[in-house]
Design a protein around this ligand. Sequence first.
Ligand code: NDP
Length: 359
Amino acid sequence: MVNIYHENDGNLSFLKDKTIAMIGYGNQGRAQALNLRDSGLNVIIGNRSDRFKQMAINDGFSTFSIEEAVNKSDITFLLIPDEIMNVVFETQIRPNLKSQSALVFASGYNIGFKLIKHPKDVDILLLAPRMIGVGVRENYLNKNGFFSFIAIEKDFSGNALEILLALAKAIGTLKKGAIELTFKQEAELDLFNEQGFGPAFGRVLLSAIYTLIDAGYPPEAVLVEMYMSNEMSYTYKKMADVGLIKQVDFHSQTSQYGAMSRGIKFRKLPVKPVMESILKNIQNGEFTKEWEKKMTKLKFKMIKFFATKQKINKLEKLVRKNLNLKIYDIYEEESPTKEELETLKDIEHEIKLFEQYYI
Ligand code: NDP
């Protein structure tokens, strides 16, 4: 049985007299810092001097350089983007980390895939909200709480679980529940949702859109029907609120019969084997190895260039204009330079496949 922790499992006295440094004041950093402070804890911010630092000052926090903040703290939260975390860790965090302190991550990625080799004399903790930053703040203020995944990689102090649960209580997650995993499991679940579920859902959505457009329905009506009305997002919310099956009660009898009787036609869609191979590729570290390669950043730029040329982007722009909705400037991705194309020569065939897929 997995361990799931609730409000009574956290005891804030384990954080008494501790200084907590938030490294990063972005989506998660700001929300978690405000929640911890409102729970009565002593929080300081470590950030480069720019608009994020200014935001922290405006919110009334004492701010320091990253090095200084780490040096002053008993508990350090690393709330910066995962892609640059290992470099920042080696240059600015590790040399300043106090022995017997605690290091807290909000994502299992860098520890789970061993991109950061953690020091042996600190507690290594994971407190990963299943919630965007604004939601972390809102659900703290309205006392609803939010789910999190937690993990302990290293229990140097002997009190790692007590410290982690106290922090979890203070950011507001125990009101809903914290599920204990390993760092690697957390990272794998996250990556699978992004790679196994996201694109499959996108493919199904686009297939539905073009089935209707090819049949002659006005694009404005099709996009409103399929996602722009927000009806689907309410359905998704209801799945979380009352259950996957119970939410069916919110739909008409005609809708229920239609969905249930026609659902059987999709039963042989070969989606699961593809998902299983994507999951395997995540678990064996192949994805991380690929993403960490310098060349992959260039490949990513190329894929993004093709993806932004998809016909749905043009169609959506037109529909948004006709519906008087704000148009966001995501449609023009810079074309690759000659030198970039030359660098990608060895994977020319693969790049061609992306071009054919998206355009
Ligand atoms: P953000 O992109 O919002 O982080 C921005 C912060 O990182 C800013 O303070 C920025 O400051 C700092 N930063 C960016 N680049 C650097 C750098 N090179 N050196 C030092 N500081 C830098 O990150 P998130 O809050 O989205 O993510 C933080 C962590 O939380 C990640 O591990 C993520 O996986 C995890 N997480 C995120 C969730 C989300 O909803 N976003 C949900 C759950 C977990 P500046 O640019 O001024 O240096």
